[in-house]
Design a protein around this ligand. Structure first.
Ligand SMILES: [Zn+2]
Length: 329
């Protein structure tokens, strides 16, 4: 069968078939290019570009752990979770895909593949491989997705993200392949294993519902505690207070700048010599009494005429005001 697919690929190598996502040429058979096939296979959606990182939801694991300590899951949830974590017993002969999944899952009960420590968003904690400890991680991922209203998790990527988070709780066999001297990174989780786990997870609907409800509960609790925390923070200033503070600051700055400017001044001008605070000030020049300005000056278009008209308008305005005031008293 694999031979026939290979020969089909070869035969269709030059068929013009474009990727649904990026319009690149595909192998002639598939509706997706290699990149987008890989994304769909490993991330659950052609739209998702990377796996969810532990640091994205680590602090939520801490919150979920605390919540589960206060509200332990019921025994039927624990039992169902234990069944989910057990590798499926397959009727032989098993397929290669089933074998890969069983191999992955059988490591989960092997102490050699367990981590000693994990972190809950900056805090080092002993890794917890009980059903409750594993549920806390799944709840944290779910809460992370719920917090974003599913934005960024199209198609099947939400369940893929959960199952990926599950697989990374254990150490994975380290591969020496790809010509690396120090193969520091463990082998990647195959799309076969992730797809198999997603399918298996979806069969455990009761645990699925429990995870969703608990995720919502911890989010609600977390938001409430955040609101409390913000309320207890030192009082913030109102706009009016900020304006007053700004004005005081500005007045001080002006005073300082004036003093500096005075100190720097070399040429002492006459007014500054007499710039004495106690010096009596001249009374302001009294304005002349309003008077009837007569008829409007002729506008011949010249600048003096325009100035004369402006002055006349002012005088007339004052005269009218004076008349009005006299009429009312
Ligand atoms: Zn593509």
């Amino acid at each position: 069968m694999s031979e026939s697919i290979q020969s089909l690929r070869k035969a269709n190598k030059y068929t013009d078939r474009r990727c649904d996502e990026c319009h690149r040429q595909t192998d002639g058979l598939s509706s997706l290019c290699k990149l987008h096939l890989r994304r769909r296979g490993k991330l659950g959606s052609v739209r998702v570009t990377r796996q969810l990182r532990h640091r994205d939801y680590a602090f939520l694991v801490g919150i979920a752990t605390k919540y589960l300590k206060k509200n332990p899951p019921q025994s039927n949830i624990i039992e169902s979770m234990l069944r989910f974590l057990q590798p499926p017993g397959m009727v032989r002969p098993i397929t290669r895909k089933q074998e890969l999944l069983i191999t992955e899952m059988s490591r989960w009960s092997d102490p050699r593949y367990r981590n000693k420590w994990t972190d809950h968003g900056g805090y080092r904690r002993k890794a917890n491989y009980t059903p409750t400890g594993i549920l806390a991680v799944l709840i944290a991922v779910k809460a992370h997705v719920e917090e974003r209203d599913g934005v960024g998790f199209p198609h099947d990527s939400e369940d893929f993200a959960m199952m990926f988070a599950l697989t990374r709780l254990w150490r994975r066999p380290r591969s020496l392949s790809r010509g690396m001297k120090n193969a520091k990174y463990s082998s990647k989780v195959s799309k076969t294993v992730l797809t198999g786990l997603v399918k298996r997870w979806r069969e455990y609907t009761m645990v699925g519902v429990y995870v969703l409800q608990t995720a919502r509960a911890i989010l609600a609790e977390y938001r409430a505690s955040e609101a409390e925390r913000i309320k207890s923070l030192p009082k913030t200033y109102t706009q009016e207070e900020m304006r007053k503070m700004y004005e005081v600051q500005q007045a001080e700055r002006r005073k300082r700048e004036e003093a500096e400017a005075k100190a720097k001044r070399i040429v002492i001008d006459i007014p500054s010599l007499f710039d004495r605070k106690d010096e009596p000030k001249l009374p302001p020049v009294p304005e002349p009494e309003p008077f009837d300005p007569g008829s409007r000056p002729v506008n011949d278009g010249s600048a003096p005429a325009a100035a004369a008209i402006m002055k006349w308008c002012k005088d007339m305005e004052r005269w009218q005001k004076h008349l009005r005031e006299k009429a009312t008293t």
